[in-house]
Design a protein around this ligand. Sequence first.
Ligand code: PLP
Length: 283
Amino acid sequence: MRVLAFLDGSLADSEAAHLRVDDLGLLRGDGVFETILVAGKKARELRPHLDRLARSAAMLELPAPDLAGFERAARAVIDAWPEGQDIALKLVYTRGVDGDPAGTPTAFALGVAVDASIRQAREDGVSVVTLERGFAPDLAERAPWLLLGSKSISYAVNMAALREAARRGAQDVIFTATDGSVLEGPTSTVVLAKDRTLYTPPSTIGILPGTTQYALFRGAEKAGWTVKVEPIAAADLAQADGLFLTSSVRLVTRVHTLDGVALPDSTAVHRELRAAYESVYSG
Ligand code: PLP
């Protein structure tokens, strides 16, 4: 199931071709995107996602996106989607057609079903390997042209890392920096629980500020947890009471195995944090 909408709110055939072959999003990966979870017809963290789309676009020096148009397109997808099924809603914004003097960006919203493997991982947890990402935590600030921490559509490296994980018998990845600190997953934020405190690394080290991590921290604080945004050493991962990958579609997924070694059972902490996260959207 797929539903496609444009920024004027019109729906289009998602099986038909709409992009030109000379779209710079396709030719150079020159564009930005968001993936939003829609549960019970409600788009979770819509405003933070739209704000992050605008932030990523600014990092790539794209024209400011028409956020009202993206909201209209999102609404059109949600309205056309059958009841009772979650949506992974993608907002896509590219530099448009190569050589277009008007420089008109390409923009659309595409709803797809949440992948079965992701739904399974939400319940069963995942096995993760740490992989080097090859940059230092201070590089993002020194070298803004590298676009570290933007949600650019150039995810080929992230996907290659997932294939490397599969080769090593794991399902997901935690990237590490050259100083041995924790960055993020290829499509997720790293959250560690230790002694009733949740930790996540700061986005200033060149990682994406996660909307799900932020929501989880809001819910967890209400439930009595302390939350801290500070650097995490890779060596600390195995010492945690619980290690989690968070993202809009995977929610709060438990890491049960790290670099081939089973972690202590964190199912009780996971249950508690899932409830704290869901409490943000109930009532
Ligand atoms: N980091 C990266 C590189 C991502 O691609 C994602 C989401 O896909 C995240 C973190 C988590 O962000 P969010 O919780 O807003 O989905």
